[in-house]
Write a protein that binds this ligand. Structure first.
Ligand SMILES: CC(C)(COP(=O)(O)OP(=O)(O)OC[C@H]1O[C@@H](n2cnc3c(N)ncnc32)[C@H](O)[C@@H]1OP(=O)(O)O)[C@@H](O)C(=O)NCCC(=O)NCCS
Length: 317
């Protein structure tokens, strides 16, 4: 592909590419912030922020100290990253791809992260990265390519052929003491070591990326950052729901909820059980996302609803 006077090419990424990838992701941030312990933030300069503060501005690729363990973990678990680079080997774009089974979309190649350096946008780099993801998805015999598309990137993904709307999910949050403790459900804390028990269950809470990506990304927390967060995993046995409750990286005292179940129709009871559990663990508020089709089942709960996200996809076979 040609970008002005330079030619761009796409290739699989390795750990040695971490500094170049960090530079691309940092270039996309127009204002950096320092997050305070009360959850508020103040403008800051990149050079004044340590790795944890940088991470809070947009995830592992905001700091080399986090990017390297993140990339190693991604590649060693069989997932992939691609970079777009110039003919002078400057990295100008990156895409991360997770390959796993979704209970509703089949075997899926999921684009979890895509960024092109602002100076190199609208020159075909993004489309070439998505084309590489598509080729790999076909090679690995996946049923679909999918992504959670930012509102500003919907047209771009449609231009890349992701024209199927797979799901719409809505963010919501609720104070744990706004929900009265209900009938007790038996919560059995404990880790599940493989994705196998979850791949045929529906991820009904907290699916911001593919269910598989959400699962695998939390297997090995980033040292010094996400491993410091309070979390619990386990089963709500009566509701056949596996859950994960994890302290927010931005808001201490606030928990992010995730759940997978074989009985998605019981989303209300599952959410109430997890709010109760989060309160027992000391969290004052919980956040999650829920499929738009499930909102009716949650009517009447004191949830503050927020942004909607759209999953786009394309059949690969
Ligand atoms: C979205 C993004 C990856 C696109 O990368 P890019 O290299 O600029 O895109 P391309 O040049 O390959 O564009 C491919 C097609 O999409 C179109 N397109 C690209 N960005 C677009 C936009 N913002 N709005 C409408 N169309 C767009 C192009 O015109 C092109 O159309 P064509 O096939 O008819 O020529 C890039 O803008 C970016 O990094 N944005 C910030 C991060 C982001 O939003 N990532 C996606 C997260 S879900």
């Amino acid at each position: 592909m040609s970008a002005g006077d330079t030619t761009l090419r796409v290739r699989p990424a390795g750990p040695q590419d971490a500094p170049g990838i960090v530079a691309v992701h940092q270039s996309g941030v127009s204002q950096w912030f320092r997050y305070r312990s009360d959850g508020t933030r103040i403008p800051a300069r990149l050079e004044d922020l340590g790795p944890a503060d940088r991470y809070r501005n947009g995830g592992p690729f905001m700091a080399i100290e986090c990017a390297l363990p993140h990339l190693r973990r991604l590649l060693s678990s069989g997932q992939l990253a691609f970079v777009a680079e110039t003919d002078t080997e400057e990295i100008v774009g990156e895409l991360e791809l997770y390959i796993g089974r979704e209970s509703d979309w089949g075997r899926t190649a999921h684009i979890d992260m895509l960024e092109v350096h602002p100076h190199y946008r609208r020159r075909g780099a993004g489309k070439a990265l998505v084309a590489a993801a598509m080729d790999l998805g076909k090679e690995r015999r996946t049923d679909r390519l999918s992504t959670n598309a930012e509102k500003t990137a919907i047209r771009f993904y449609q231009r890349c052929g992701l024209e199927e709307t797979l799901a719409r999910v809505r963010g919501g949050s609720v104070a744990t003491d706004a929900v009265p403790p209900g009938r007790e459900n038996t919560v059995a804390p404990g880790k599940i070591e493989t994705y196998r028990p979850l791949e045929h269950r529906r991820m009904i809470l907290g699916r911001l990326q593919s269910s598989f990506a959400e699962w695998i990304k939390r297997r090995e927390p980033i040292p010094g950052i996400t491993d410091q967060l309070k979390s619990e995993e386990g089963w709500v046995e009566e509701l056949d729901a596996y859950y994960r409750i994890e302290e927010s990286v931005l808001e201490p005292g606030v928990a992010w909820l995730q759940s997978w179940t074989s009985v998605p129709g019981r989303v209300r009871e599952i959410l109430l059980a997890l709010i109760n559990r989060a309160r027992e663990l000391g969290f004052v508020r919980v956040r999650t996302v829920v499929d738009r089709n499930a909102l009716q089942a949650l009517a009447g709960l004191p949830i503050v609803w927020g942004e909607e996200y759209i999953f786009l996809g394309r059949r690969l076979r």
